[in-house]
Design a protein around this ligand. Structure first.
Ligand SMILES: [Zn+2]
Length: 78
């Protein structure tokens, strides 16, 4: 549980740093050295808090696939 909380913080830091670019769950998991399941759970936690994130359909900066990515809501609009 502590490890998952730590991952959530790392996800938040990574996504903020990567903005305005966004990464899909799989690319975030790869870059943070976490499992896809833990990454998805961490993103769900951040999205549930709901203040700065939303799922938006856009291209992943890592793999180029267009998916519903977790991105900062206040980032530049495409
Ligand atoms: Zn990707």
């Amino acid at each position: 549980m502590a490890r998952r909380d730590d991952l959530t913080r790392r996800l938040l830091a990574f996504i903020r740093k990567a903005a305005p670019y966004a990464y899909c769950d799989a690319c975030l998991a790869l870059r943070l050295g976490a499992s896809l399941a833990d990454t998805s759970a961490g993103l769900a936690t951040l999205l549930a808090e709901g203040k700065e994130f939303e799922r938006r359909r856009r291209a992943c900066y890592g793999c180029g696939r267009t998916l519903a990515l977790a991105a900062l809501t206040d980032g530049p609009r495409p």
